[in-house]
Ligand binder design. Structure first.
Ligand code: FNR
Length: 412
């Protein structure tokens, strides 16, 4: 007798008997296409967009198509378990929600709605520094849910230390330091609409509510009037600004956002201020993976930021096998960029990732359906993954290996 796993598929078909079909597409590629007509043009462009010509984002998807699954027959898949523990997080299926900033542009529920949905589904979140809601409020919504914090390392070390102390106090258990975004890339979709949420005061709530950031603002104010911010007036719906002069706060944010002087040696600062696991995100070369391991990091995320930073960069999946071969036995290798379904998850895991993160699909789910939309995406991805694993003959994650896949095209 089959052990029931995830029942989303059954639930959908049963609802169909009463004439009900899902509100959102169950194919996450289709979800992205549907979002184009449902989100505001600015929000859609911000989430869908990528660097330059979009070549890296396209290549992320193509790289998955170049690997093909070779299903195995007549293995016992009656009672599978795809559970694992990754850097202290208990995963029923091996995926987490990637840090996606500024979610308030997608839906008024923003990160709070995501945190609730993720906690209900047992999927850990990685909260962005660029959250449109302060981390304490997101932590409260997350409740018993598992949560990691992602750091955009600011130039002001007092603010960096304060973010880490706040994240720790709010129950975030692991730290993800994003290395690939010390400045924002050339993003034509945003540029063509002149849409930059930060300059409208959205996505900087962790800064506005931060005591060290507020101190730096006060020091600036006592030193003389701030130069006018390049942004227009701040958005009216901004909650609890730290300063009456929001324009000055936005200007200060733009000054300290990314530390371009940062080098590998600086990671010791993070270690001194964070006693849990630390993961660096944005690794695409064996050399950098080795540097991360040498710097005492607990893990890395092989990622090109969903193609949003360097146009023409290597597909994240193409970078994965050599990195796993080099450091996979020493540190935890995670993966993101381009995951859109269960088969993509299977491929990344077979190539050695311990778990994957998803970005755009849940942001589109949020934009189209709020908390329910995120739940839909998480349940769809989980059920799709479990079915793909079982149909491919695997009852556990440990059975996956590089031989689970072949390269596409005629064999040589
Ligand atoms: C991101 N990403 C991101 N990464 C990060 O470390 N901090 C952040 O604040 C953000 N913000 C963000 C906003 C939006 C709208 C997107 C789409 C992405 C990158 C994210 O964590 C992840 O690397 C990619 O989204 C993975 O690629 P896919 O799943 O979107 O293809």
């Amino acid at each position: 007798m089959d052990q029931p796993l995830e029942t989303y598929q059954d639930e959908i078909y049963l609802a169909g008997l009463g004439g009900v079909t899902p509100d959102l597409p169950t194919d996450l590629n289709e979800l992205e296409r549907a979002a184009a007509g449902r989100l505001t043009p600015g929000a859609y462009a911000y989430i869908a967009g990528s660097a330059g010509s979009g070549d890296t984002a396209r290549e992320n998807r193509e790289a998955f198509r170049r690997w093909r699954i070779v299903p195995r027959m007549l293995t016992d898949v009656s009672s599978p378990s795809y559970a694992s523990t990754v850097l202290g997080a208990d995963l029923a299926v091996p995926f987490l929600l990637a840090p996606v900033g500024v979610l308030g542009v997608a839906h008024p529920g923003g990160e709070v709605a995501v945190a609730r949905a993720a906690a209900a589904c047992g999927v850990p979140i990685v909260l962005s520094t660029a959250s449109s809601t302060a981390m304490e409020e997101v932590a409260e919504a997350s409740g018993d849910g598992q949560r990691w914090f992602q750091l955009y390392w600011p130039q002001d070390r007092a603010v960096a230390a304060s973010f880490l102390a706040r994240a720790k106090a709010a129950g975030f258990t692991a730290l993800v330091i994003t290395l690939d975004t010390r400045m924002l890339a050339w993003r034509p979709r945003d540029l063509d609409q002149a849409f930059q949420p930060f300059l409208r005061g959205v996505g900087i709530q962790n800064y506005l509510t931060d005591p060290a950031f507020q101190e730096s603002l006060a020091a600036l104010a006592s030193a003389g009037p701030a130069a006018p911010a390049s942004a227009g007036p701040a958005s009216a719906d901004l909650a609890a600004p730290a300063s009456a002069d929001l324009a000055a706060a936005i200007l200060q944010f733009t000054r300290i956002f990314g530390d371009r002087t940062l080098t590998w040696d600086d990671l010791s600062f993070a270690r001194d201020h964070w006693d849990g696991p630390i993961v660096v995100k944005g690794i695409l070369s064996v050399a950098d993976a080795e540097r991360a391991a040498g710097a005492g990091m607990d893990g890395i995320i092989v990622s090109n930021h969903g193609g949003r930073q360097v146009d023409g960069a290597i597909a994240a999946l193409d970078a994965l096998p050599a990195i796993v071969a080099a450091v996979g036995s020493r540190i935890t290798v995670l993966f993101d960029s381009g995951i859109r379904g269960g088969s993509d998850m299977l491929k990344a895991l077979a190539l050695g990732a311990r778990a994957v993160l998803i970005g755009r699909p849940y942001a589109f789910g949020l934009g189209m359906g709020g908390e329910d939309g995120v739940r839909h995406v998480l349940r769809a991805l989980r059920n799709d993954f479990e079915l793909t694993m079982r149909l491919s003959g695997y009852a556990s994650l440990g059975e996956l290996c590089p031989q689970s896949l072949v390269r596409a095209g005629p064999s040589s």
